[in-house]
Structure formats: C-alpha cells, structure tokens
Design a protein around this ligand. Sequence first.
Ligand code: GDP
Length: 196
Amino acid sequence: GLCQQASFIKSAAQVDQCPPDEGCEVAFAGRSNAGKSSAMNTLTHARLARTSKTPGRTQLLNFFRLDDQRRLVDLPGYGYAKVPIPLKQHWQRHLEAYLGSRHSLVGVVLLMDIRHPLTEFDCLMLDWTKASCLPMHILLTKADKLTYGAAKNALLKVQKDIRQGWGEVASVQLFSAPKRQGIEEAQAVLAGWMGL
Ligand code: GDP
C-alpha cells in the first residue's frame, strides 16, 4: 500500500520539466496553510515538506516517488498577500496546463481548512479538475479544531455546495493530522486511483 516511504524526485517550474508522463500520479493541492504538507507526510509516513515555503522560491510542481510506476505531486498553494500577482498568474496558467494535459494524472486531492472551505483557489481547482474530467477527493483538514457535530455539519455543507456548484465531481471527508483522523479513508481513495 501507501505505507512505503516516498522520496523526492524533482521540482518543475513548468509542464515541460515534469518527469516522463508514464505510470500514474496523484496531485495534492490546497491554499497555503490548509495543511497540505502535514497531510502528505501523514499519508505517506515520510517528511516530504519542502524546507522553504518562500513563495518566490516555490516551484510549480514537486514530484515524489512512491514506486517505479507511481508518484505524488505537490502543487503550489497560495492565498496570502505575500504572493505577487504575476506569480499567481504564472501558477494559474501552468497549473491549468498541467491538469489539462498530464496523461499519468489519475486524480486530485484538494485540501481545505474545515473552517475556511471553498476559497477562490479551491473553486478554481474544482473548475479545472472538472474540465479535465479527473476525479477529485477533498480533505477537510484540521477537523480537530471543531466539535464532532460542527465538523459533521461543515462536511454536509461542503458536500451540498459542491454538488450545487459542480455536480458529482468530488468526494469529501474529514481529516486531522494530529488526531490521525481520516487516514485510512484517504489512503483507500489513493490506492483505488493508483491500482494498489
Ligand atoms: P500547508 O501550507 O498547506 O502545507 O500547511 P501545513 O501542513 O504546513 O500546516 C499549516 C499549519 O497548520 C501548521 O502549523 C500545522 O501544524 C497546522 N496543521 C496542519 N494540519 C493540521 C490538522 O489537521 N490539525 C491541526 N490542529 N493543525 C494542523
């Protein structure tokens, strides 16, 4: 399964710098601070997080190897004023190109802080993932910050809003890295997409 250690392959600033488009890969996206690094590390039992998250130095796509045929891809997040508009536009252009053209991409995991779901960034990701006919799985992160009841209500609300806005394009679940909540559910989705 996914319990193997993942290791860094390379960063790509644009689509033509990606590793060969073969085997399969799953991309992780999320607004900065949504909990993407924590979730990727928790799901792979590795420390994949980049040491520097300075937006100017963040590459477009960071590739991690699971095995010879399988990769995880860390997509850039943004959402804070720190990110200059031209960089944001560069990311948008290349992210859309990547999602629309990458044959080995079998699904997108989108991370949203359960207290701030469906940001502008999240809506763009939903638009592009739907346009590319890719399955999407959403982790509502930091579920431990809410009571059980409030977290359940937030889950139902996000499911309803997505159905109304985009149709049946995404599955949604609760997730907490420190409480180790939702790990098996997320790993099962990844395993299904990657044929594990
Ligand atoms: P990224 O910018 O999306 O990669 O976010 P990080 O994984 O670096 O997390 C941002 C902050 O949120 C850090 O302080 C994490 O410790 C915290 N964090 C991430 N996931 C969770 C979670 O599930 N629960 C709680 N309480 N904090 C979390």
